[in-house]
Write a new protein. Sequence first.
Lengths: 148, 176
Amino acid sequence: MDFPKSTQELLEKYWAAETTPEEEAQLRAAFQKEDKSAYAAYFQFLHAESAQEMAAPVAPIRQTRVVVLRRAMSIAATVLVLVVAGFMIQRTMMKDVNHISADSYKDPMEAYEEAKQALLLVSEKLNSSRELAGEQLAKTQPYIEIIK
Amino acid sequence: MKHAIKFFMIAAVTAFSTLSYSQSDAIQKYFDKYMNDERFDMVFISPKMFEVVSKIELEGDNVDPEIMEIIKELKGLRVLSYDGPEAMTYYNEAKEKINLNEYEELVVARDGDENVHIRVKESGDIVSELLLLVGGKDEFALLSFVGNVDLKKVGKLGKLLDIEHVDQLEKIDKKN
């Protein structure tokens, strides 16, 4: 079939899938005229389809649905991660609580005595270290006097 | 991309909290290690027991008001002690295993062959944990008080200790 040279070149590019959207629009426009060729029928069909797509906004609805679905999935995944993490931490903590919950004493007076002994030990170590520091300071005092 | 960032943030927070928890419980792990070892003496007083103890009525000579005042603010006590020739080994091991850098140094002293470490963990102006580590030739002790530890009041207990020693000496004198 004879076409203008420019149309022929565009057609070759089109079948090689190298045309730009603008060039495809040119092709559709070229075959809009009275033409009984198969090419014309093909491009007229494409033109009619693209016009229909523009009229009926089906694609945006589908896109919105996909976005909503993705958000729901991400929320579900976040909740799942938090639940699993919480469960693991709680399990670890419960294990330790169970582990150490066995009090050494059932009698509060015995527990009091033990706590008292522990407090006295800490107090003794605090005070003895203070005394030790005082002694060390006293030992260094003569040298400090010499330096002065 | 946003979701990936969210996911990694949650994962990071979870990992961080798990890591913090495991670090803070290094002492417990050390206690656990020797829990079934009969050479060690172990004491655990729970927050619940401290609550019960704090309700003991201050009547008679069995309860000291100074001690009770401190105990009322405490939430837990753990003691691990050992008397024997390997005391220094356990002392060094405890120093290595427990992350002492988490605590603020209060006392580091060496008296003869005995090493003493007193370290504290502070939340604002309040001492929330006191750790005592003692290591000598024949004695090892690891002690941890949790709660609101009033160091001034604990320090003053030394006087009480002196009074008790005097009382004991008097009792011995009377017996003789």
